[in-house]
Design a binder for this molecule. Structure first.
Ligand SMILES: Nc1ncnc2c1ncn2[C@@H]1O[C@H](COP(=O)(O)OP(=O)(O)OP(=O)(O)O)[C@@H](O)[C@H]1O
Length: 254
């Protein structure tokens, strides 16, 4: 479980996160949603210790990372898998070398074991026979899957994904969503996903945190999101005609 307690973050006196309190649960897909610029990425980067927060605490199973020294942080980082926006693969490395990269940094495995583990993770994300290709030679959806394989190669307890569906078509997005949901349950990870994709929220968002102008405006499940009366949330979620229609239909059924 990850807990954010009273998290505040400013840049040059501009407050970006204001008193965020949230619990991200293990074995669940926890989603952070909100408008562009609302503070989702800053929150995610604060959770993984890439931003130093101005106030508050961030607890990984009761271990407060905000008071840790660099060695203690390094230990916690071994338990984290991160899929950055855009995938952040190394262009000069093959698919296999990309997935193996965290093992080179953090494991004591032999080269043979590293290769076996990387190929196992590639298979888990349904990628086979692409080990020797370079990122430029594979599709956007495949790149995301390579990034996910790399993120799970160290068997993390906590998985973070920043906009995993950005730039993907709706069908490929569903494949990625289902994959993230499956591995979350299979490995009992605490998964935190930043997204704009309402389809993803409705498909796999077991716990949803809505950030509005840097503060927590709403939280709940993707089941009760449809029935919320929160004005900002409804404006954000149901601005499209399609989403509005779906909500009206569901409400009429109840
Ligand atoms: N390193 C930084 N220095 C100064 N301001 C920053 C920095 N990082 C983010 N910000 C500001 O913080 C605010 C929130 O940005 P953030 O990237 O978290 O938004 P977001 O909700 O993730 O948006 P998007 O959905 O477009 O990615 C923005 O106003 C942004 O300009």
């Amino acid at each position: 479980m990850i807990q954010a307690e009273g998290v505040c973050k400013s840049f040059d006196k501009k407050e970006v996160l204001s008193d965020i309190n949230a619990v991200f649960e293990p074995g669940k897909v926890n989603m952070i949603i909100g408008k562009s610029g609302s503070g989702k990425t800053v929150l995610l980067k604060s959770l993984i210790g890439l931003h130093t927060i101005d106030a508050g605490r961030i607890l990984y199973d009761n271990r407060d990372i905000t008071v840790m020294n660099s060695n203690q942080l390094k230990e916690i980082r071994k338990e984290l898998g991160v899929v950055f926006q855009g995938g952040a693969l190394f262009d000069s490395l093959t698919v296999l070398e990309n997935v193996k990269f965290p093992l080179n940094l953090f494991s004591a495995m032999s080269e043979k074991e590293k290769i076996e583990r990387a190929i196992f993770c590639l298979k888990r994300v349904n990628l086979e026979n692409v080990e020797n290709l370079y990122p430029a030679e594979i599709s956007g959806g495949m790149k995301k899957r390579v990034a996910i394989a790399r993120a799970i190669v160290l068997q993390p307890k906590y998985l973070f994904c920043d906009e995993p569906n950005s730039g993907l078509d709706p069908l490929t997005s569903i494949v990625i969503d289902n994959l993230l949901s499956e591995i979350t349950h299979e490995y009992n990870m605490t998964t935190v996903i930043n997204t704009h994709d309402m389809n993803s929220v409705f498909e796999i968002g077991e716990k949803v945190l809505f950030i509005h102008e840097g503060h927590k405006e709403w939280e709940g499940t993707n089941e009760n999101i449809m029935y919320s009366d929160n004005k900002a949330l409804n404006e954000f979620l149901f601005s499209s005609k399609l989403n509005k229609m779906v909500r009206e239909k569901l409400r009429r059924k109840c």
